[in-house]
Design a protein. Structure first.
Length: 470
């Protein structure tokens, strides 16, 4: 099959609808691909080969009987192993959850299945999702399909690697500080961190609930923006289990309607300094948009250093203090990366109620200030991180060189609740992909996708990793 293994999700769906290929053939091709690359990538935690084959046979019979087909009929997908799929282990990278088997599908999983998607398996994460490199004591590390010596990112690193390597047509990650966008950037695929409430987070571990539930979201990942949009449209919608979910209708944008839209190239001293290649990728994306009729100009935001301090307050001390109690008496079963996170997150004084309530209020005021600044510039461009993928073991939480310095471009969006899309734009001198981040205002996820797709179309065809030579 000439378009395998790097075909688009929408392409597969069309080929199946046209009866040019059967769902059984598609699933078998993907299972063979997984068998070939899993030993080197280690992207999967659980593979449900027989379940996928059975679903494919059902889909094929439905097709032959002329049944009404869902938009994802026969399309092979994966999900991050912190999202409940009934009957599957969902360990979130932890020995303490190795025996956990989900009893029910998360709402987003139910929606994908109802649309006809076939779930192949779930993918690797760092323990409790708390790192930008995917490695743990339960299932080990996941490598980057572009170069096996490099990280696939985290915490949706297994998902990004599986999609980039052609093991699945797309899937679902989650993002509390860049955990969809950074792995997508590292592995050369696309990913959307939605506005909190657009896609229900019910059935995700750790659960998103309470006064800071807007930090983390679940969202789609795929090789093209059109495929990300197709997944988003299936998964989006309110759910009673997600307190932030909102009945926001889906919107469609045509590029012609958007030309003339003001797009800002984000500048802020609080974000740090990206590598020259990374800055060049953003400049290239801006130039491509200018050539397609968009108005692109520098855009200054000077409040992001405080936004990042607040993000760390919630992501670090608040969440760290909540989860550390789970490990009492099990300290020898915790991965080194999670130990490092907990050490950094809980090293200060105990959090007071006064600190917490003031931080919540300041977050809302800061978000309102950013929105005022973006009133006439609804879209921003920025790096995803300061550079491309790092080598295995080089990520850390330490001051100066760690995640709080290298991932600042992504983290502030989680504090403010803004949607962001990572779209691949360039390749570094070392042969690693470089993504650019497209940022929109809350509940304007479709606008971010439309601008990202304009960049993608101007960039040219998606570039596959040279996995066989990695």
């Amino acid at each position: 099959m000439s378009f395998f293994p790097y075909h688009a999700l929408t392409e597969i769906a069309q080929e199946i609808r046209s009866k040019n290929v059967s769902p059984v053939e598609i699933i078998e091709l993907h299972l063979k691909r997984i068998e070939a690359v899993q030993p080197s990538l280690n992207a999967f935690v659980h593979l449900d080969a027989e379940g996928a084959r059975q679903q494919a046979r059902v889909a094929e019979r439905s097709l032959s009987h002329g049944a009404q087909l869902g938009p994802l009929r026969g399309v092979p997908l994966t999900v991050k192993s912190c999202i409940d799929v009934a009957g599957w282990p969902c360990p979130a990278g932890s020995l303490l959850r190795k025996d956990y088997v989900a009893k029910h599908d998360a709402p987003l999983v139910s929606r994908l299945k109802s649309a006809g998607a076939i779930l192949l398996g779930n993918t690797n994460t760092p323990e409790f999702l708390m790192a930008y490199e995917t490695d743990n004591l339960l299932t080990g590390k996941t490598s980057n399909p572009w170069d096996l010596a490099y990280s696939s990112g985290g915490s949706s690193g297994g998902e990004a690697a599986a999609i980039a390597a052609g093991c699945s047509a797309g899937g679902v990650g989650s993002d509390g500080g860049g955990s969809i966008r950074v792995p997508a950037h590292f592995c050369g695929v696309c990913g959307l961190k939605p506005t909190p409430g657009r896609v229900p987070g019910t059935g995700h571990f750790p659960p998103g609930a309470g006064a800071f539930s807007w930090i983390g979201v679940v969202g789609p990942m795929a090789r093209t923006i059109a495929d990300v949009r197709a997944l988003f449209e299936v998964m989006a919608g309110p759910d009673a289990g997600d307190a932030l979910s909102a009945p926001v209708p889906l919107r469609a944008y045509r590029e012609g309607d958007l030309r003339g839209t003001r797009i800002g190239i984000l500048e802020s001293e609080g974000l740090g300094v990206a590598t020259p290649e990374t800055r060049a990728a953003v400049a290239r994306a801006a130039k491509l948009l200018c050539e397609r009729g968009f108005t692109v100009e520098p855009f200054q935001l000077n409040c992001l250093d405080r936004a990042l301090d607040l993000w760390w307050f919630f992501f670090g001390p608040v969440i760290g203090n909540l989860i550390q109690h789970r490990f009492a008496g099990h300290e020898n079963q915790i991965s080194p990366m999670l130990c490092e996170y907990l050490s950094c997150a809980t090293s200060g004084n105990s959090i007071t109620l006064d600190q917490f309530t003031k931080a919540c209020a300041e977050r809302d005021l800061l978000r309102a200030e950013i929105l005022r600044r973006m009133q006439d510039t609804p879209v921003l461009l920025s790096p995803v991180s300061t550079g491309p993928a790092f080598r295995h073991g080089q990520g850390n939480y330490f001051p100066g060189t760690g995640y709080r310095d290298t991932m600042r471009f992504s983290q502030w969006l989680n504090l403010a609740g803004f949607p962001g899309v990572s779209v691949p734009v360039a390749v570094s001198n070392e042969g690693l992909p470089i993504g650019v981040q497209v940022i929109a205002r809350p509940f304007e996820d479709e606008l971010a996708l439309a601008v990202a797709e304009a960049i993608e179309q101007a960039r040219g065809p998606w570039q596959a990793p040279l996995l066989e030579n990695a």
